[in-house]
Design a protein around this ligand. Sequence first.
Ligand code: PEP
Ligand code: MN
Length: 327
Amino acid sequence: MIKNIKLAARKPNQGTTIIDVGGVKVGEGLVVIAGPCSVETERQTIETALAVKRAGAHMLRGGAFKPRTSPYAFQGLGLKGLKILDKARRETGLPVVTEVVDTRDVSWVGEYADVLQIGARNMQNFSLLREAGKSGKPILLKRGMYSTLEEWLNCAEYILAEGNPNVILCERGIRTFETYTRNTLDLSMIPAVRKESHLPILIDPSHGTGILQFIEPMSLAAVASGTDGLEIEVHIDPPSALSDKDQQLTVPMFEALMEKLRALKNFMSEAPMRGSIDAAVAFSAPTEGGGSMAHPDSIALTRSTPLNTENKEEDIHLPGAFSEAVD
Ligand code: PEP
Ligand code: MN
Protein backbone atom coordinates (compact mmCIF):
# COMPACT_ATOMS: atom_id res chain seq x y z
CA MET A 1 0.00 0.00 0.00
CA ILE A 2 1.17 3.50 -0.81
CA LYS A 3 0.80 6.14 1.87
CA ASN A 4 -1.67 9.05 1.54
CA ILE A 5 -3.16 7.86 -1.72
CA LYS A 6 -6.92 8.02 -1.42
CA LEU A 7 -8.63 8.83 -4.71
CA ALA A 8 -5.92 7.25 -6.89
CA ALA A 9 -5.75 4.01 -4.89
CA ARG A 10 -7.26 0.84 -6.24
CA LYS A 11 -9.82 -0.54 -3.85
CA PRO A 12 -10.41 -4.27 -3.54
CA ASN A 13 -12.19 -5.59 -6.63
CA GLN A 14 -12.06 -2.19 -8.34
CA GLY A 15 -11.45 -2.30 -12.08
CA THR A 16 -9.33 0.07 -14.12
CA THR A 17 -10.97 3.46 -14.62
CA ILE A 18 -11.92 4.08 -18.21
CA ILE A 19 -11.36 7.59 -19.49
CA ASP A 20 -13.39 8.54 -22.52
CA VAL A 21 -11.60 10.92 -24.85
CA GLY A 22 -13.95 11.76 -27.69
CA GLY A 23 -15.04 8.15 -27.94
CA VAL A 24 -11.56 6.64 -27.44
CA LYS A 25 -11.65 4.69 -24.21
CA VAL A 26 -8.37 4.78 -22.33
CA GLY A 27 -8.23 1.87 -19.91
CA GLU A 28 -10.08 -0.49 -22.21
CA GLY A 29 -7.99 -2.27 -24.78
CA LEU A 30 -4.79 -0.85 -26.18
CA VAL A 31 -4.79 2.84 -27.06
CA VAL A 32 -2.01 4.15 -29.30
CA ILE A 33 -1.20 7.86 -29.27
CA ALA A 34 1.17 8.82 -32.07
CA GLY A 35 2.50 11.93 -33.73
CA PRO A 36 5.45 14.26 -33.82
CA CYS A 37 7.43 15.42 -30.83
CA SER A 38 6.72 19.02 -31.90
CA VAL A 39 4.22 20.67 -34.19
CA GLU A 40 6.54 22.32 -36.72
CA THR A 41 4.47 23.10 -39.80
CA GLU A 42 0.93 22.47 -40.95
CA ARG A 43 2.12 20.07 -43.64
CA GLN A 44 4.35 18.07 -41.26
CA THR A 45 1.59 17.75 -38.67
CA ILE A 46 -1.29 16.95 -40.99
CA GLU A 47 0.68 14.47 -43.09
CA THR A 48 1.86 12.72 -39.93
CA ALA A 49 -1.65 12.73 -38.50
CA LEU A 50 -3.13 11.19 -41.66
CA ALA A 51 -0.38 8.57 -41.74
CA VAL A 52 -0.71 7.49 -38.10
CA LYS A 53 -4.47 7.39 -38.45
CA ARG A 54 -4.15 5.14 -41.51
CA ALA A 55 -1.81 2.88 -39.55
CA GLY A 56 -4.39 2.53 -36.75
CA ALA A 57 -3.44 5.13 -34.12
CA HIS A 58 -6.29 6.26 -31.87
CA MET A 59 -5.08 9.74 -30.91
CA LEU A 60 -2.67 12.36 -32.23
CA ARG A 61 0.15 13.78 -30.13
CA GLY A 62 2.17 16.92 -30.86
CA GLY A 63 3.79 19.59 -28.72
CA ALA A 64 3.01 23.27 -29.25
CA PHE A 65 4.75 24.22 -25.99
CA LYS A 66 8.05 22.39 -25.65
CA PRO A 67 9.91 22.15 -22.35
CA ARG A 68 13.52 22.19 -23.62
CA THR A 69 16.78 21.82 -21.73
CA SER A 70 18.19 24.90 -23.45
CA PRO A 71 16.31 28.19 -23.65
CA TYR A 72 17.81 28.64 -27.14
CA ALA A 73 16.30 25.41 -28.50
CA PHE A 74 13.00 25.40 -30.41
CA GLN A 75 10.29 26.14 -27.86
CA GLY A 76 7.25 25.23 -29.97
CA LEU A 77 4.81 27.26 -32.06
CA GLY A 78 2.42 28.05 -29.21
CA LEU A 79 -1.02 29.20 -30.36
CA LYS A 80 -0.11 28.69 -34.03
CA GLY A 81 0.76 25.06 -33.20
CA LEU A 82 -2.54 24.55 -31.39
CA LYS A 83 -4.43 25.84 -34.44
CA ILE A 84 -2.55 23.36 -36.62
CA LEU A 85 -3.46 20.55 -34.20
CA ASP A 86 -7.08 21.66 -34.36
CA LYS A 87 -6.98 21.40 -38.15
CA ALA A 88 -5.33 17.96 -37.93
CA ARG A 89 -8.11 16.82 -35.60
CA ARG A 90 -10.76 18.03 -38.04
CA GLU A 91 -9.04 16.27 -40.96
CA THR A 92 -8.49 12.95 -39.18
CA GLY A 93 -11.06 12.78 -36.40
CA LEU A 94 -8.23 11.90 -34.01
CA PRO A 95 -8.42 13.44 -30.53
CA VAL A 96 -5.41 15.63 -29.77
CA VAL A 97 -2.93 15.23 -26.89
CA THR A 98 -0.74 18.26 -26.27
CA GLU A 99 1.41 19.53 -23.43
CA VAL A 100 0.69 22.50 -21.22
CA VAL A 101 3.66 23.92 -19.35
CA ASP A 102 2.29 27.00 -17.64
CA THR A 103 -0.48 27.39 -15.08
CA ARG A 104 -1.74 30.51 -16.89
CA ASP A 105 -2.27 28.53 -20.12
CA VAL A 106 -4.32 25.61 -18.83
CA SER A 107 -7.79 26.94 -19.57
CA TRP A 108 -7.17 28.27 -23.08
CA VAL A 109 -4.91 25.39 -24.20
CA GLY A 110 -7.71 23.15 -22.96
CA GLU A 111 -9.95 24.67 -25.63
CA TYR A 112 -7.72 23.15 -28.32
CA ALA A 113 -6.69 19.90 -26.61
CA ASP A 114 -8.70 16.77 -25.96
CA VAL A 115 -6.06 15.64 -23.48
CA LEU A 116 -3.70 17.98 -21.64
CA GLN A 117 -0.28 16.46 -21.12
CA ILE A 118 1.76 17.34 -18.06
CA GLY A 119 5.36 16.55 -18.85
CA ALA A 120 7.97 14.77 -16.78
CA ARG A 121 9.66 18.04 -15.83
CA ASN A 122 6.40 19.43 -14.49
CA MET A 123 5.10 16.36 -12.72
CA GLN A 124 5.50 17.99 -9.31
CA ASN A 125 4.44 21.49 -10.38
CA PHE A 126 1.65 21.50 -7.84
CA SER A 127 -0.04 24.70 -8.99
CA LEU A 128 -0.12 23.32 -12.56
CA LEU A 129 -1.60 20.07 -11.23
CA ARG A 130 -4.32 21.94 -9.34
CA GLU A 131 -5.16 24.02 -12.40
CA ALA A 132 -5.29 20.85 -14.52
CA GLY A 133 -7.61 19.42 -11.91
CA LYS A 134 -9.91 22.43 -12.10
CA SER A 135 -10.05 22.22 -15.91
CA GLY A 136 -11.87 18.89 -15.78
CA LYS A 137 -10.06 17.86 -19.00
CA PRO A 138 -8.48 14.43 -19.37
CA ILE A 139 -4.90 14.81 -18.11
CA LEU A 140 -1.99 12.66 -19.24
CA LEU A 141 0.43 12.81 -16.31
CA LYS A 142 3.95 11.73 -17.13
CA ARG A 143 6.20 10.27 -14.48
CA GLY A 144 8.95 12.64 -13.43
CA MET A 145 12.40 11.41 -14.33
CA TYR A 146 13.49 11.38 -10.65
CA SER A 147 10.18 10.37 -9.14
CA THR A 148 9.03 7.33 -7.22
CA LEU A 149 5.68 5.67 -7.76
CA GLU A 150 4.52 7.18 -4.46
CA GLU A 151 5.41 10.70 -5.60
CA TRP A 152 3.79 10.13 -9.00
CA LEU A 153 0.53 8.85 -7.54
CA ASN A 154 0.47 11.76 -5.11
CA CYS A 155 0.63 14.09 -8.12
CA ALA A 156 -2.32 12.28 -9.66
CA GLU A 157 -4.01 12.76 -6.30
CA TYR A 158 -3.62 16.56 -6.64
CA ILE A 159 -5.60 16.47 -9.90
CA LEU A 160 -8.22 14.06 -8.56
CA ALA A 161 -8.64 16.08 -5.39
CA GLU A 162 -9.77 19.06 -7.50
CA GLY A 163 -12.69 16.95 -8.68
CA ASN A 164 -11.21 15.83 -12.01
CA PRO A 165 -11.38 12.02 -12.26
CA ASN A 166 -9.80 11.92 -15.75
CA VAL A 167 -6.17 11.09 -15.06
CA ILE A 168 -4.06 8.90 -17.32
CA LEU A 169 -0.58 7.94 -16.10
CA CYS A 170 2.38 7.63 -18.46
CA GLU A 171 5.75 6.05 -17.68
CA ARG A 172 8.46 7.65 -19.83
CA GLY A 173 11.69 6.44 -18.28
CA ILE A 174 13.69 7.53 -15.28
CA ARG A 175 17.28 8.65 -14.74
CA THR A 176 19.58 5.91 -13.52
CA PHE A 177 23.35 5.40 -13.70
CA GLU A 178 22.83 3.98 -17.19
CA THR A 179 23.63 6.56 -19.84
CA TYR A 180 23.52 4.29 -22.90
CA THR A 181 19.79 4.88 -23.24
CA ARG A 182 18.27 8.36 -22.84
CA ASN A 183 16.33 7.09 -19.81
CA THR A 184 15.72 3.73 -18.17
CA LEU A 185 12.22 2.71 -19.17
CA ASP A 186 10.66 1.22 -16.05
CA LEU A 187 8.19 -1.32 -17.37
CA SER A 188 7.70 -2.69 -13.87
CA MET A 189 5.47 0.36 -13.34
CA ILE A 190 2.80 -1.40 -15.39
CA PRO A 191 2.06 -4.11 -12.79
CA ALA A 192 2.97 -1.70 -9.97
CA VAL A 193 0.39 0.89 -11.05
CA ARG A 194 -2.07 -1.89 -11.78
CA LYS A 195 -1.66 -3.12 -8.21
CA GLU A 196 -1.78 0.25 -6.45
CA SER A 197 -4.08 2.37 -8.61
CA HIS A 198 -7.23 2.13 -10.71
CA LEU A 199 -5.89 4.75 -13.12
CA PRO A 200 -4.89 3.63 -16.61
CA ILE A 201 -1.19 3.53 -17.44
CA LEU A 202 0.52 4.21 -20.75
CA ILE A 203 4.13 3.69 -21.79
CA ASP A 204 6.19 6.19 -23.80
CA PRO A 205 9.03 4.16 -25.33
CA SER A 206 10.25 7.17 -27.36
CA HIS A 207 11.45 9.30 -24.44
CA GLY A 208 11.89 6.09 -22.43
CA THR A 209 14.78 4.92 -24.61
CA GLY A 210 15.67 7.78 -26.96
CA ILE A 211 16.89 5.17 -29.44
CA LEU A 212 14.97 4.46 -32.61
CA GLN A 213 15.68 0.73 -32.77
CA PHE A 214 14.58 0.20 -29.16
CA ILE A 215 11.09 1.62 -29.55
CA GLU A 216 9.56 -1.43 -31.17
CA PRO A 217 10.89 -4.04 -28.71
CA MET A 218 9.94 -1.88 -25.71
CA SER A 219 6.45 -1.27 -27.15
CA LEU A 220 5.94 -5.00 -27.54
CA ALA A 221 7.26 -5.66 -24.05
CA ALA A 222 4.91 -3.03 -22.64
CA VAL A 223 1.94 -4.62 -24.35
CA ALA A 224 2.98 -8.06 -23.13
CA SER A 225 3.12 -6.56 -19.63
CA GLY A 226 -0.43 -5.25 -19.84
CA THR A 227 -0.05 -1.55 -20.63
CA ASP A 228 -3.26 0.33 -21.41
CA GLY A 229 -1.56 2.12 -24.26
CA LEU A 230 1.51 3.63 -25.86
CA GLU A 231 2.56 7.17 -26.68
CA ILE A 232 4.97 7.13 -29.61
CA GLU A 233 6.73 9.87 -31.56
CA VAL A 234 6.36 9.66 -35.34
CA HIS A 235 7.61 12.17 -37.94
CA ILE A 236 7.29 12.26 -41.73
CA ASP A 237 10.99 13.18 -42.00
CA PRO A 238 12.78 12.58 -38.68
CA PRO A 239 16.21 13.96 -39.74
CA SER A 240 14.61 17.39 -40.26
CA ALA A 241 12.73 17.38 -36.92
CA LEU A 242 13.20 20.44 -34.69
CA SER A 243 13.22 18.31 -31.53
CA ASP A 244 14.00 14.68 -30.67
CA LYS A 245 14.99 13.74 -34.20
CA ASP A 246 16.85 10.60 -33.08
CA GLN A 247 13.82 8.96 -31.51
CA GLN A 248 10.96 9.67 -33.90
CA LEU A 249 9.76 6.73 -35.96
CA THR A 250 9.29 7.11 -39.69
CA VAL A 251 5.82 6.34 -41.01
CA PRO A 252 6.88 2.90 -42.41
CA MET A 253 8.46 2.02 -39.04
CA PHE A 254 5.25 2.97 -37.25
CA GLU A 255 3.16 0.94 -39.70
CA ALA A 256 5.40 -2.09 -39.11
CA LEU A 257 5.11 -1.63 -35.35
CA MET A 258 1.31 -1.45 -35.50
CA GLU A 259 1.27 -4.67 -37.51
CA LYS A 260 3.34 -6.41 -34.82
CA LEU A 261 1.17 -5.01 -32.05
CA ARG A 262 -1.84 -6.53 -33.76
CA ALA A 263 -0.06 -9.89 -34.04
CA LEU A 264 0.87 -9.74 -30.36
CA LYS A 265 -2.69 -8.81 -29.44
CA ASN A 266 -3.98 -11.88 -31.28
CA PHE A 267 -1.40 -14.06 -29.56
CA MET A 268 -2.33 -12.68 -26.16
CA SER A 269 -6.00 -13.33 -26.70
CA GLU A 270 -5.26 -17.06 -26.90
CA ALA A 271 -6.46 -19.07 -23.96
CA PRO A 272 -3.22 -19.76 -22.02
CA MET A 273 -2.24 -16.08 -21.97
CA ARG A 274 -5.58 -14.65 -20.90
CA GLY A 275 -5.67 -13.25 -17.40
CA SER A 276 -2.09 -14.03 -16.49
CA ILE A 277 -0.99 -10.42 -16.08
CA ASP A 278 -3.73 -9.26 -13.80
CA ALA A 279 -3.67 -12.45 -11.81
CA ALA A 280 0.03 -11.91 -11.32
CA VAL A 281 -0.65 -8.63 -9.55
CA ALA A 282 -3.30 -10.27 -7.44
CA PHE A 283 -6.55 -8.53 -8.01
CA SER A 284 -9.72 -9.30 -9.82
CA ALA A 285 -12.14 -6.81 -11.31
CA PRO A 286 -15.90 -7.13 -11.20
CA THR A 287 -17.06 -9.39 -13.99
CA GLU A 288 -20.27 -7.58 -14.76
CA GLY A 289 -21.95 -4.25 -14.42
CA GLY A 290 -18.82 -2.30 -13.49
CA GLY A 291 -18.03 -1.15 -17.00
CA SER A 292 -14.43 -1.98 -16.33
CA MET A 293 -13.89 -5.17 -18.25
CA ALA A 294 -11.75 -5.23 -21.32
CA HIS A 295 -13.54 -4.94 -24.62
CA PRO A 296 -13.72 -8.40 -26.23
CA ASP A 297 -11.66 -7.09 -29.15
CA SER A 298 -9.16 -5.38 -26.96
CA ILE A 299 -5.66 -6.30 -26.09
CA ALA A 300 -6.31 -5.86 -22.39
CA LEU A 301 -6.68 -9.15 -20.66
CA THR A 302 -9.72 -10.55 -18.94
CA ARG A 303 -9.14 -9.51 -15.41
CA SER A 304 -10.95 -12.18 -13.48
CA THR A 305 -9.31 -15.19 -15.07
CA PRO A 306 -7.02 -16.91 -12.59
CA LEU A 307 -3.35 -17.31 -13.37
CA ASN A 308 -2.73 -20.56 -15.16
CA THR A 309 0.24 -21.86 -13.23
CA GLU A 310 0.83 -24.56 -15.85
CA ASN A 311 1.63 -21.78 -18.28
CA LYS A 312 5.41 -21.93 -18.09
CA GLU A 313 7.64 -19.69 -20.11
CA GLU A 314 8.88 -22.47 -22.38
CA ASP A 315 5.29 -23.17 -23.44
CA ILE A 316 4.82 -19.65 -24.75
CA HIS A 317 5.42 -19.48 -28.48
CA LEU A 318 6.12 -15.97 -29.52
CA PRO A 319 5.38 -14.90 -33.06
CA GLY A 320 8.51 -14.33 -35.17
CA ALA A 321 8.53 -10.57 -34.93
CA PHE A 322 8.33 -10.61 -31.17
CA SER A 323 10.95 -13.32 -30.66
CA GLU A 324 13.45 -11.17 -32.53
CA ALA A 325 12.95 -8.52 -29.92
CA VAL A 326 13.99 -10.68 -26.98
CA ASP A 327 17.36 -12.24 -26.44
C1 PEP B 1 6.78 14.90 -24.72
O1 PEP B 1 6.11 13.86 -24.67
O2 PEP B 1 6.66 15.73 -25.64
C2 PEP B 1 7.77 15.18 -23.67
C3 PEP B 1 8.42 16.33 -23.59
O3 PEP B 1 7.95 14.15 -22.84
P1 PEP B 1 8.53 14.12 -21.34
O4 PEP B 1 7.79 15.15 -20.56
O5 PEP B 1 8.24 12.72 -20.91
O6 PEP B 1 10.00 14.39 -21.46
MN1 MN C 1 9.92 14.52 -27.66
